[in-house]
Design a protein. Structure first.
Length: 120
């Protein structure tokens, strides 16, 4: 049987894992045996946290909208209910942005939905 030399293949595989471990702490960036499980964990955390980031941003938007609604005496749940009933197609992200950057426009939206008179 012919002898198989696989030095190049092994070196390429090791280099690929070590390149992914760049920036890791201690031996995890230098030693293949430590870098391999560390990169696996990093991949797992990255996937998990990409999904978690979406939840965190949605809760941030909800908190911002709620804080912007406090001066008008309207609860968040009532405001969202009025939005959906009136057919306004603004999502939480854009509502939070409007509340943060353009308070008069947000006030106008709130007043229109709740039927309160708009202060001039």
């Amino acid at each position: 049987m012919v002898r198989v030399k696989r030095g190049n293949v092994l070196r390429k595989r090791h280099k690929k894992v070590l390149a992914r471990a760049k920036g890791f702490y201690g031996g995890a960036k230098l030693i293949f045996k430590m870098a391999k499980p560390a990169t696996g964990r990093a991949k797992l955390y990255a996937t998990r946290d990409r999904r978690a980031r979406k939840r965190e941003f949605r809760s941030l938007w909800v908190v911002r909208i709620h804080a912007a609604l406090l001066p008008y005496g309207v609860s968040y749940s009532r405001f969202i209910n009025l939005l959906s009933k009136s057919g306004v197609r603004l999502n939480r992200k854009s509502l939070a942005q409007v509340a943060l950057t353009d308070p008069p426009a947000f006030e106008y939206i709130v007043r229109q939905l709740t039927g309160q008179t708009v202060a001039q």
